[in-house]
Structures are given as C-alpha cells and as structure tokens.
Design a protein around this ligand. Sequence first.
Ligand code: THU
Length: 160
Amino acid sequence: MKKKTISFDMSVYDTVNDLPVDELKLMHIAVKARKNAYAPYSNFLVGAAVLLENGEIVIGNNQENASFPAGLCAEGVAVFQAGARFPGVAIKLIAISAASENYQVDTPVAPCGICRQSISEYEMRQKSPITLLMMGEKGKVFRCESISDILPLGFDNSYL
Ligand code: THU
C-alpha cells in the first residue's frame, strides 16, 4: 500500500478589486446576474458569468422550484446555456458570486458537486482548463486554475 496526496494551488485575493481588470468585469456581471436569481425557498442568490474564448459572455443564476430537486444552480444554468448557444466554443473563465437575504456571505462560495461535474464535462470536451473565480457577496475571492483541481478523482468519459 502506498499513500498518495492530491493537492492543488489556488490564488486568494483579499478583495474583488485586486482581480485583473477583465476578471473584475466578469465578476461584476456575475453579481448583476445574481440579482435576477429566483430563490424564494433558500433566499440564497447565486450568479455566474461564463467567458468564452470568442469573447462572448453567458450568464446564469439559480432557478428554484417548489419541488426542490427540480431547481438548478447558477453555474449549471450558465454552462448549459453556453453549450446550447455556442457549441464547440471553449469556456475560459467562470465567475461566481453568492449572497443571502438572511446573512452576509463574506466567504467565497464554491460550486456544488453536481456543478463541478457539469463544468468538468466541458473541460474534458474542450481539452483546456476552465478557470474559476469564486466570491460571496463581498470579501475574499478564490481563483482556481482548473475545475479538475476541485474535483479530484472525477468520473469522465474515459470510463465509458
Ligand atoms: N446554489 C447555486 O446556484 N450554486 C452553488 O454553487 C451552490 C448552491 C443554489 C442552489 C439553491 O438554489 C441555493 O443555491 C441553495 O442551495
């Protein structure tokens, strides 16, 4: 038996204003998208903005449902919309911002497991990494270079 360690590097910015200007702009679009989330059950609003290699930006926000499992996360809405509107165009960057109507979200919010899997499918399809920027409502921003960093030992089409 051998022990194996899986680790990854990420960047931590103290505030959103420390981001490079193009990434700051994308985060502002995610914040704006967040405001149109439909989250009457959780009161937790999430916005996502996807930057494609052709310069297009596609947004998403969470869309909840009285039948809770039918709801969709912001990141899922955004990447599926990107796949539907711009098939074959690589995703470069995804900015995520979350806020609650009940408390101040001052720590970065990372994609849920299902969204990691969804984003990972696009990374596999395009064969290039998708960078993630994660933020709450304010405070620090996390930047991961690849979705695979936060989905180690993921399941992909190589098994099928
Ligand atoms: N949510 C997202 O949209 N993205 C995430 O990464 C985490 C969770 C949504 C799903 C649900 O509408 C609400 O946040 C509370 O879980």
